[in-house]
Design a protein around this ligand. Structure first.
Ligand SMILES: CCCCC/C=C/C(=O)SCCNC(=O)CCNC(=O)[C@H](O)C(C)(C)COP(=O)(O)OP(=O)(O)OC[C@H]1O[C@@H](n2cnc3c(N)ncnc32)[C@H](O)[C@@H]1OP(=O)(O)O
Ligand SMILES: NC(=O)C1=CN([C@@H]2O[C@H](COP(=O)(O)OP(=O)(O)OC[C@H]3O[C@@H](n4cnc5c(N)ncnc54)[C@H](OP(=O)(O)O)[C@@H]3O)[C@@H](O)[C@H]2O)C=CC1
Length: 699
């Protein structure tokens, strides 16, 4: 097949190869003469894409019509001139004379405007130091390119912008040339170029084939760009991500080093953060990317996200995943400094909510902020309030210092009672265990980590000894492979079991789409199945005959639990289990209730589970009480429900959340246009366009 190229410019083809038909130039793919009046199939060339043609014969070729160039021919060498003329005969003669096919010429050349298919992105492809091969891949016929390669042209030769011939051919959408070069197989880092092709032309199969044939997926190009950072760096926040995420997935599955940096030290995560590519950030983090890795200038991904301004969703995502939010770069600048420079109110709000403002005194007087305060009285008022509110996370922790023990309940309230508190070695569970002990109850704490349990037991015993003017109740620890075993031991040890507090539990942050079956099962097993087994054993072994009280600690998941869907589902299950058991076991004198802490009960272990305190700081801004909850506040609710004061309460869930469940959701939904409104007008249009005009039910 031959192509017709539209335009009225000189495309650099040899006189012998052209025929003029008005302002239409006819070119034979092989650079041969066209017979006068020969019919030529037309392929749409606008935008430089010859992909619309389904011809598979690689030798067919059209010189692109829309690649005008401004040149200074004077400085170009004879090889380049021959290429421009598609003069293979001359090229052969030059090769015989051993003329260097790789010498660079240094004149200015503006060969084309590239139209990248996504968005409105377009740019000029300018070349200043190029050789014949670079001109050829953009402008010459396949035959000419083959002549050139036979004559010794280097298929990997970089132009002065370090672009390879393959890169240039891809940039101007000359897919047949791209295929030729890739088939030659000599291109350095062909894989990276394949990534480029996937991104630009959705050449997914090509990338998969290369991966399967053992391509080095970590090989950087001459500038040090890796395929992964290349892929991430070429995405657009507005793209629909489908193909782009596919390439990231292929690369990660193929063993790409997720933290490999470019020469500036930037990782793919930093690029994704700067480009606001939230789904990519999630994928990279799930693949183990180091969230706090720094580039050569001392920036981490959070710095990059802040520098991207209007990038709140990326900042939030990083914060939630434990990014350090107040580290300085090598110039000593923190993300807050950037926010102050920009004068960005939303970034400032986010950073303040995350306590990422260690030198807050700077804030009020920063020049941009002063301007904003002058113009925006509401902002001024808000900022003043923020500055004066005792809000630091750590300050609250210090207040919660558990070296002292107290309780609003009367001492001896639970004397000689026996309780099991699962997860009683840390955080909320430890506070519950301690308060129960303080009120005279014998307590067994149980969890997975024996060292934690032993340290907690030692610590609690020494504190009780200081604060309890009565014989110490018994405190046992159990390390258990399973909850069931744990209960059996406890029942044997004490001979009775009055209270069971199912507090052990937890989860990890993850978009639902990334949760593996194993991860899902781990969270369901820990929180739902574990709680069920504990309840069942406590009931069958003791409470069925003797009565008792069970408290299940759940979570504030009643509006859904985005990014923690597994635990949301498990806790909703426990909420319902609580009601079922409250009814089924009522005739044994067993009460079953739940306590739902808001997502803001700070403890070091809880924060450590998410890598840092930032997630809690973020959530605090969404709690009406505008502060963290304390572990004592959960313990107090539990003690109340265990006490006779709650004798008539069963099957109930008590929220201890500062009003959080009534207020905001944890996740901001980005702006989008994916929700299509149903109107009769749209309905009719849709029917018409589908050719379905009759009144019929679609349900
Ligand atoms: C949003 C802010 C939170 C506010 C509300 C809630 C607050 C709290 O609940 S604070 C309490 C925090 N404390 C904990 O969460 C307790 C500790 N947590 C855990 O131990 C785990 O998260 C667990 C619940 C999953 C327990 O898992 P375990 O049975 O020990 O399982 P493994 O650790 O072996 O992991 C099994 C499987 O799960 C997947 N997975 C585990 N962690 C992660 C993670 N961080 N990211 C992604 N996926 C994870 C993974 O598939 C694991 O398998 P492998 O890959 O083979 O290890
Ligand atoms: N803090 C908060 O804001 C909120 C907490 N919650 C829930 O409150 C409970 C207590 O959390 P908190 O004290 O904050 O956090 P912690 O991380 O300190 O407590 C979790 C406890 O559960 C134990 N645990 C976890 N998995 C298992 C298991 N498979 N078997 C036995 N024990 C296990 C852990 O001990 P070990 O590692 O030794 O096994 C740890 O003592 C959890 O269920 C939590 O999800 C709910 C909503 C909000």
């Amino acid at each position: 097949m031959m192509y017709m190229c539209l335009g009225d410019q000189n495309f650099g083809v040899g006189e012998n190869d052209r025929r003029y038909l008005g302002d239409v130039i006819m070119i034979n793919p092989e650079g041969e003469d066209l017979a006068e009046g020969e019919a030529v199939p037309v392929c749409h060339m606008t935008g430089g894409h010859d992909v619309s043609c389904d011809d598979e014969d690689e030798d067919t070729y059209a010189v692109p019509s829309d690649i005008p160039f401004v040149e200074n021919k004077g400085d170009e060498n004879e090889v380049i001139s021959a290429v421009r003329e598609n003069d293979c005969l001359l090229l052969q003669q030059l090769a015989q004379k051993n003329v260097d096919f790789n010498s660079l010429c240094h004149c200015q050349w503006v060969p084309c405007t590239i139209r990248v298919q996504r968005g409105d992105f377009s740019r000029q492809l300018q070349m200043t130091g190029y050789a014949a091969i670079h001109v050829a891949v953009i402008h010459a016929s396949i035959k000419t390119i083959k002549c050139l390669l036979t004559g010794g042209a280097d298929i990997n030769l970089r132009d002065s912008n370090r672009r390879s011939p393959l890169q240039l051919a891809a940039a101007v959408d000359r897919l047949k040339v791209v295929r030729l070069l890739i088939d030659k197989g000599d291109c350095d880092n062909t894989f990276l170029m394949a990534v480029f092709l996937l991104l630009t032309f959705h050449y997914e199969d090509l990338v998969r084939t290369l991966v399967e044939s053992g391509a080095d997926v970590n090989l950087p190009d001459i500038k040090g760009t890796t395929p992964l950072s290349f892929a991430v760096g070429h995405m657009y926040p507005s793209s629909n991500f489908g193909t782009d995420l596919t390439i990231i997935r292929i690369l990660l599955d193929a063993g790409c080093d997720v933290d490999k940096s470019n020469p500036a030290g930037a990782s793919a995560l930093m690029l994704a953060a700067g480009l606001k590519l939230v789904p990519v950030i999630h994928m990279l983090l799930s693949a183990g990317a180091n969230i706090n890795k720094m580039d050569n200038a001392g920036h981490n991904a959070f710095h990059t996200a802040v520098a991207g301004q209007r990038n709140l969703s990326a900042m939030q995502t990083l914060m939630w995943n434990g990014a350090a939010t107040h580290t300085s770069n090598k110039k000593g600048e923190t993300p807050l400094d950037k926010a102050l420079q920009f004068g960005s109110i939303s970034i400032l709000r986010l950073l303040l909510s995350a306590d990422a403002a260690p030198h807050r005194h700077d804030i009020m007087t920063a020049p941009r902020i002063v301007q904003l305060r002058n113009y925006l009285p509401e902002f001024d008022a808000w900022l003043r309030q923020e500055m004066h509110e005792p809000r630091s996370l750590r300050r609250i922790c210090h207040v919660s210092d558990m070296a002292v023990i107290s309780s609003v309940f009367r001492s001896g309230l639970f004397k000689d009672r026996v309780a099991i508190v699962t997860g009683g070695g840390t955080g909320i569970g430890q506070a519950i265990a301690l308060e129960l002990l303080y009120l005279g109850c014998n307590v067994t704490i149980a969890s997975r980590k024996v060292d934690r349990l032993e340290k907690a037991a030692k610590d609690m015993n020494s504190r009780l000894a200081k604060h309890l003017n009565a014989p110490l109740p018994k405190l046992n620890t159990f390390l258990n492979a399973t909850f069931v075993q744990k209960k059996r031991n406890t029942v044997e040890v004490h001979g009775r079991l009055d209270f069971l507090v199912n507090n052990a539990g937890g989860q990890f942050l993850s978009p639902a789409a990334n949760i593996t079956l194993k991860g899902w099962s781990a969270v369901i097993d820990t929180n739902l199945t574990g709680t069920f087994l504990c309840c069942r054993e406590a009931y069958t072994q003791y409470m069925k005959e003797n009565g008792g009280t069970i408290i299940n600690i759940i979570a504030d998941m009643f509006k859904g639990f985005p990014l923690m869907s597994h635990t949301g589902a498990a806790r909703a299950g426990v909420d319902n289990l609580t009601k079922s058991l409250a009814i089924e076991w009522a005739d044994s004198g067993v009460r079953v209730n739940a306590v739902a802490p808001g997502s803001s009960i700070y403890s070091d272990t809880a924060a450590a589970n998410y890598g840092s305190d930032d997630i809690f700081s973020f959530i605090k801004s969404r709690v009406p009480a505008k502060r963290y909850g304390t572990v004592e506040e959960i313990s107090a609710a539990v003690c109340f429900l265990l006490s006779p004061a709650a004798a008539f309460i069963s099957g109930e869930t008590v929220f201890v959340d500062g009003g959080g469940k009534l207020y905001q959701n944890m996740l901001d939904i980005p702006d989008h246009q994916r929700s299509k409104a149903y109107t009769w007008e749209n309905d009719v249009k849709e029917q018409e366009s589908s050719g379905n005009c009759g009144p019929q039910s679609k349900l």
